[in-house]
Design a protein around this ligand. Sequence first.
Ligand code: AMP
Ligand code: TRP
Length: 329
Amino acid sequence: MRKRVFSGIQPTGQLHLGVYYGAMKNWVRLQDTYDCIYCIVDQHAQTVEYDPTVLQQRTLEAACLYIASGLDPQKCILFVQSHVKEHTELTWYLSTIASLGQLERMTQFKDKTEQHGSSNLALLAYPVLMAADILLYKAAAVPVGEDQSQHLELTRDLAQRFNHRFGQVFVEPETLLTRGKRIIGLDNQGKMSKSKPEHTSIAMVDPPDVVWAKLRPAVTDPARKRRTDPGDPNKCPIGLLHFAASSQQDIDWVIKGCTTAEIGCIDCKKQLAVNIEAEMGPIRERYSELCARPDEVWAVLKDGADRARAVATSVIDEVRDVMGIKSPV
Ligand code: AMP
Ligand code: TRP
């Protein structure tokens, strides 16, 4: 039997190259060797202020982008979180063993509370819903970006605590990271993120002129004040993007050229723009074709939810059973 993989992405804002190189590209790679379940987590997107009229559209767009990036609904399950109600049911059960102190210490909770100036119960419970997503399918591995590692640790804690208290039901999942596990924003101030100004991230669907307009003025290693100053690609958002997006040959060229000042930052950016377009151009094209056929994409998502539910209901039955919740007879 193949090992199971589960992961999710929120349908909020523009999906950017951090999401692509940190998570999505790995999802595509894994679908040939694992039993993969991928989810558009629309209920996670409700934990901060959102516009109900755009949530559905964003959900569809995220699905189009997944498929355009190479996820094949014949090889993996692709579905929307809210279509499988067992996720929220399991969230309740897990919340009975989740520690408030641990939830309050989550970095993402603290950041978002500060960013939005307030918080709510759903934002605090966010990692419990995420744990439910994963444990509901007994996933052995979860491909994500580094920013999700803390939530994965909490997921393992909850699985362990549950199994100890009620009996062996859940699998403790491992975290799968990639070379692009932390893509830095083009201002070189922390990770590329949907919630930061638009010019600091490159959207997966940005056309080449927009990509270049963002790359050209992007901040590089501060040590390279003059063209002749050597730099460190590990301290530069352009260098780090090359590591995730470029061939080994180009990566070697960047490392040698930057550390010896043989190449300038503009040369390095130009090559990156070419490499990004080579990968994103065909994805962008497939994406617009898919967006023009929304009914087909919703049908894929419905089929995915039906297949996911078949797994979810059997696990939730086990959970109910060990927790003393009796199903109606
Ligand atoms: P989100 O868009 O926040 O739902 O993130 C979707 C996935 O992309 C998660 O696995 C994140 O860890 C990953 N991710 C988001 N931003 C970045 C980034 N700047 N670098 C690497 N991975 C990221
Ligand atoms: N919290 C994740 C993020 O913001 C999204 C997510 C929700 C997820 N449920 C998940 C990721 C389950 C992996 C597995 O990126």
